[in-house]
Design a protein around this ligand. Structure first.
Ligand SMILES: Cc1cc2nc3c(=O)[nH]c(=O)nc-3n(C[C@H](O)[C@H](O)[C@H](O)COP(=O)(O)OP(=O)(O)OC[C@H]3O[C@@H](n4cnc5c(N)ncnc54)[C@H](O)[C@@H]3O)c2cc1C
Ligand SMILES: *[C@@H]1O[C@H](CO)[C@@H](O)[C@H](O)[C@H]1NC(C)=O
Ligand SMILES: *[C@@H]1O[C@H](CO)[C@@H](O)[C@H](O)[C@H]1NC(C)=O
Ligand SMILES: *[C@@H]1O[C@H](CO)[C@@H](O)[C@H](O)[C@H]1NC(C)=O
Ligand SMILES: *[C@@H]1O[C@H](CO)[C@@H](O)[C@H](O)[C@H]1NC(C)=O
Length: 533
């Protein structure tokens, strides 16, 4: 059993420690991983309930499962040592890196195994090194710290997620999407090189030119092939200021047409540098956006009456941003005018703000503080993120946003914006819709459940949404995917599945890495307990 083998390991560690502490007692016979590295590691293994409890759940608050232990690594070599110990055991135990634990379906858990608390690596020195056109950042680093570190050199990465208290390794294991992706691709398309500790305990530096199978496997690889301990990320001169804009629409056709126009523009044309979008269903409009500092009370009333006047069951916002600095500041008004003149938002419904680049990128932090103080941050998050082919987005809007979710009023957010398929590298593990259209949409149903009833309702809705897409033949793909059986994964990866199983056999033959994804189940891993069926 993995469990008893791990228990033996921990026991060995403990007796080894006491042997060292006692100085005179002989080493226990057999079972020890080896030498001084192990000695260094014993003090980094925590088995007390407080430590294991902290690694037993995630942001989603729907899955709970305790590891046997938590490793606080000081170096990548500590991680390699742990993995080699597991793989050399008669029955290897699971190992899961945990960044911020911001997954929502238990993906960062390691039931019956060891969670590697990646943030511990960041206690070392020199974990963010800035060069002329790239930054080397530890896999455990928060994007907000990478931003602060690079801004002092007048530089910054080009592609961002909406929220920056996520780790480099955590978002690169998914894709890392946001309003810059239309131009720069997802975060995984902005990486030059990685250091990875594989599922065999090998420490490898990989890039598109060296060990490229591992490099592409790990990007969007859901933690299945190894642990990212360093990423070399592309930089650009950092913008200084941001003209932050919201444009309201009551018509989904105009909304999507304008979004697609905006993401077709090159950097040299008059356009935006960031393009996203949000959907507000009728009832969230009056009650929801109080936490959004963007609109005044009067604006909210105007928007509410727009909704009722037009009889629209949803209001759509394009959220966009134009970057500028001292030299381009005199032209920003004119440039904005030029862009707005090409768009068909509801006349008069333009909202703008000027903020610094850091304020803009770290904007969700403000929401987090509000939600935390209202006690609605640490609640279940049955989030569902889908990539929808461009050709079916209006069907999705009609059937899901105005259909299944029509009467909804949960706390949370619905995101909807297009990206350019050409910016995604199909060699990477990350998956996009199979339709090969130039554009696909991401729709994020990012709602929170404030009660058990609401959680059940949102889960049912999530199921209905997936069933609707299935029935209507909408070839969507889940982002931050979750399936309960391997068949779901097989369909998710489609033609990539075969390659993924081959890479898995090569880089994690014992299937010990990130078992919380539930792609390759260890037969001996106890199944996670789920509050919802
Ligand atoms: C408020 C909020 C806003 C978000 N906004 C966005 C957004 O705009 N765009 C977007 O793309 N995503 C967004 N996300 C999702 C985010 O990308 C995921 O939560 C992701 O899991 C990163 O979180 P994390 O760093 O805490 O990783 P974890 O949740 O700890 O880990 C995620 C998975 O990756 C594995 N993993 C962790 N670290 C490593 C590593 N170093 N090497 C290999 N595998 C690793 C884990 O085992 C786990 O399977 C958001 C999440 C939240 C909570
Ligand atoms: C564990 O947590 C409890 C409750 O928060 C606390 O009282 C106790 O001191 C903690 N124990 C350790 C070893 O940290
Ligand atoms: C940063 O540079 C130092 C000194 O060369 C090196 O020891 C360290 O590993 C580097 N850190 C990263 C994350 O690349
Ligand atoms: C929108 O909400 C208002 C107030 O709750 C309600 O009176 C109106 O009927 C709703 N409109 C639609 C189209 O759902
Ligand atoms: C949606 O909910 C269903 C039913 O609870 C569940 O099986 C599925 O995994 C969920 N999917 C996501 C992405 O949350």
């Amino acid at each position: 059993m993995a469990r008893s083998c791990l228990a033996a390991f921990l026991l060995c560690m403990a007796s080894f420690l006491s042997a060292v502490a006692g100085q005179l007692r002989p080493m226990p016979a057999g079972g020890l991983p080896s030498d001084l590295v192990a000695l260094g590691m014993a003090s980094k293994i925590q088995t007390d309930r407080n430590s294991t409890a902290r690694a037993s759940s995630d942001f989603g608050r729907m899955v709970e499962a305790a590891p046997e232990a938590v490793l606080q690594p000081a170096t990548a070599a500590d991680i390699a040592e742990l993995i080699r110990f597991s793989t050399s055991s008669p029955v290897p135990f699971p190992v899961s890196p945990r960044g911020q634990g911001h997954s929502v379906r238990g993906q960062s858990l390691a039931p019956g195994g060891v969670v590697v608390d990646m943030r511990a690596l960041g206690r070392g020195d020199h974990r963010i090194n800035v060069s002329a056109d790239y930054v080397d950042a530890g896999g455990e680093q928060l994007w907000v710290d990478v931003l602060r570190g690079t801004l002092t050199h007048g530089l910054a990465p080009c592609a961002w997620t909406d929220y920056l208290r996520l780790t480099v390794g955590g978002t690169l294991s998914n894709a890392g999407i946001g309003g810059q992706a239309f131009r720069h691709g997802p975060q995984i398309a902005n990486v030059h090189e990685l250091d990875v500790v594989t599922g065999t305990g090998e420490m490898v530096t990989c890039s598109p030119h060296k060990r490229k199978d591992l490099f592409f496997a790990v990007l969007g690889g859901l933690g299945q092939f190894g642990i990212i301990t360093r990423a070399r990320i592309a930089l650009e001169p950092a913008p200084k200021q941001v003209r932050w804009v919201r444009l309201a629409y009551s018509d989904v056709v105009a909304f999507t047409r304008d979004q697609e126009l905006l993401i077709s523009k090159q950097a040299s044309e008059a356009g935006f540098d960031y393009v996203e979008g949000q959907v507000q269903l009728n009832r969230t409009l009056t009650e929801g956006p109080k936490s959004t500092p963007f609109f005044s009370e009067a604006d909210i009333n105007r928007l509410a009456s727009l909704a009722s006047e037009t009889g629209s069951r949803a209001i759509y916002f394009i959220e966009a941003a134009m970057y500028y600095d001292e030299t381009t500041a005199p032209y920003v008004d004119q440039k904005l005018e030029t862009v707005l003149a090409q768009l068909s938002f509801v006349p008069g419904f333009v909202f703008t703000k000027d903020v610094t680049y850091l304020q803009f990128l770290d904007r969700v932090r403000v929401e987090e503080v509000v939600l935390r103080s209202a006690g609605v941050w640490d609640v279940p998050h049955p989030w569902l993120n889908l990539f929808i082919p461009r050709s079916r987005i209006l069907d999705f809007d009609a059937g899901v946003l105005k259909g299944i979710l029509g009467g909804d009023n949960p706390v949370g957010l619905i995101l909807m914006y297009p990206m350019n398929t050409a910016k995604w590298n199909s060699q990477m593990t990350a998956v996009t819709p199979p339709t090969r259209e130039d554009v696909f949409y991401t729709v994020g149903l990012l709602r929170s459940a404030l009660s058990t009833n609401e959680l059940e309702r949102l889960q049912r809705e999530n199921q209905s949404v997936l069933a609707f897409c299935d029935k209507e033949g909408i070839e969507c793909k889940q982002y931050l995917p979750h399936y309960t059986c391997q068949d779901g994964w097989r369909r998710h990866f489609g033609p990539k599945w075969r390659k993924i199983t081959q890479l898995k056999a090569k880089y994690d033959p014992h299937a010990i890495m990130s078992p919380g994804q539930r792609i390759f189940q260890l037969p001996s891993v106890p199944t996670t307990s789920t509050t919802a069926a």
